[in-house]
Design a protein around this ligand. Structure first.
Ligand code: PEP
Ligand code: CO
Length: 441
């Protein structure tokens, strides 16, 4: 941080960047994006940071969720509204059970770039570049679609801006108000078990509301909604990072919260260097192969002043490994009195590939990791502050299990639509919210 400047990341190890072939076009486009207005404002990022500080103390709880890879194709009013709705419904359920306010952060309005394990994918005898998110190329398996296209960066900005605009319109026009909760009707699922429970909760929330005075009522509004994405394409992120002239500090104005993925979180990485200099709240994905010293170093580099609400560790170890690794990490951080918001991503450590070659996750495994995460925090007297979930409001068949309509391996092909990782569908997401309540009690 001492030697940080807006270009200092360029001297560090830069992983997971596409091979942009049209270099001139690429550079020109980055320059154009630098001239575009910011998507979010520093004050909003500070508001989120203050809320996250409350989650760190156990007064609030973070729900962060959305698609693994957001698609330009999904830019419709209905899709945006439904994604917002499922997050609001889950929030209402968790809030009702835990009596805590929920901080809602979408993997939305900018989650267009993906880190990948392999650089290439086979198509017949051809070797094509992998899909790296809509900001880079297209999923279609042909060489034209897979070629990284710098014009997509400009498109990403516009899609993010328009999605954010729509989200702001929905939340400000009252969709997110708690008294509208019973109008969030659930098109996809009818009288399933979790929905009956859900309706009961809606009834109790409504009856509580009718007895509240207007001041208390306005406090219960759920209008705050924030955006987040993985800060992967650093030239794009830099182009939207601006100095706040009042405070003389830098903010990445592409989203309120940015995270560093598990593949780019090394202490000597350009990603860590870049985000160490911005004032937004920052998250790091923490997989099972990290050492306690590395975790401590990350906390020192990304939050040298130990500011509350600034740094989130999103734990994604897998249900089989979390018991072995997480306690050591928490203990190390506690010994050094570092302020961290501990969040569970029970998705990414539990991805499996079926015999048919389909990437999936089992609902039970997701639940097991979440259960361990909460149990470990209880044992160590620390605070499980939030969850990070890949989900959609569509009735997709991407993750196995769930009770309302159990997805079996033979169902996976029926509605498998994700461009990257498998997401919980509407039923599975709501069910997880109910189960989370029980775990957090
Ligand atoms: C993701 O969140 O989609 C992702 C790639 O996660 P991770 O960096 O934890 O693997
Ligand atoms: Co993912």
């Amino acid at each position: 941080m001492i030697d940080w400047h807006i270009n200092s990341w360029k001297k560090f190890i830069i992983n997971q960047q596409p091979d942009w072939l049209k270099q001139k076009r690429y550079k020109d486009n980055i320059k154009i994006i630098s001239s575009f207005p910011p998507l979010v404002f520093p004050e909003e990022c500070d508001t989120l940071k203050n809320l996250l500080a409350k989650a760190q103390n156990g007064e609030m709880f973070l729900l962060q969720g959305g698609d693994c890879a957001e698609r330009f194709n999904d830019f419709t009013s209905a899709k945006i509204k439904n994604k917002l709705k499922i997050l609001l419904q889950m929030s209402a359920v968790i809030s009702y059970g835990t009596k805590k306010k929920i901080i809602k952060v979408g993997r939305m309005a900018g989650q267009y770039a993906k880190p990948r394990t392999l650089k290439y994918e086979k198509s017949g005898s051809k070797r094509l570049p992998v899909y790296r998110g809509d900001a880079v190329n297209d999923t279609t398996l042909d060489s034209k679609s897979r070629k990284p296209n710098p014009d997509r960066l400009i498109q990403s900005y516009h899609y993010a801006a328009a999605t954010l605009n729509h989200l702001r319109a929905f939340t400000h026009s009252g969709l997110a108000e708690i008294n509208k909760i019973n109008t969030w009707n659930l098109e996809n699922i009818k009288k399933t078990k979790s929905i009956k429970n859900y309706n009961k909760i809606v009834e109790s929330i409504s009856s509580t509301l009718s007895t509240l005075d207007s001041k208390a009522f306005s406090k219960m509004k759920l209008t705050d909604f924030f955006t987040s994405h993985e800060a992967l394409l650093l030239d794009y992120e830099q182009a939207l990072t601006r100095e706040n002239t009042d405070s003389k500090s830098w903010y990445n104005c592409s989203a309120h919260l940015l995270w560093i993925g598990n593949r780019t979180r090394n202490i000597d990485s350009a990603h860590v260097e870049f985000l160490s200099g911005v004032s937004n709240p920052i998250a790091v994905k923490i997989g099972p192969n990290i050492s306690e010293d590395e975790v401590l170093d990350l906390s020192l580099k990304l939050n040298p002043t130990n500011e509350p609400g600034k740094l989130l560790f999103i734990i994604r170890m897998g249900y089989e490994k979390i018991d072995l690794h997480l306690p050591k990490i928490i203990k190390k951080i506690m010994r050094h009195r570092r302020k961290i918001l501990w969040v569970s991503d029970p998705m990414h450590g539990n991805t499996i590939v079926t015999n048919q070659g389909i990437k999936t996750r089992h609902f039970e495994d997701i639940l097991k990791e979440l259960t361990s995460f909460i149990k470990i925090h209880k044992e160590l007297n620390t605070i499980p502050g939030g969850v990070h979930i890949e989900l959609t409001s569509d009735d997709v068949t991407e993750c196995l299990g769930g009770t309302t309509k159990k997805i079996e391996p033979t169902n996976l092909n029926e509605k498998y639509e994700t461009a990257c990782d498998p997401r919980l569908n509407n039923d599975q997401s709501l069910e997880l919210a109910f189960l989370l309540n029980k775990l957090l009690k």
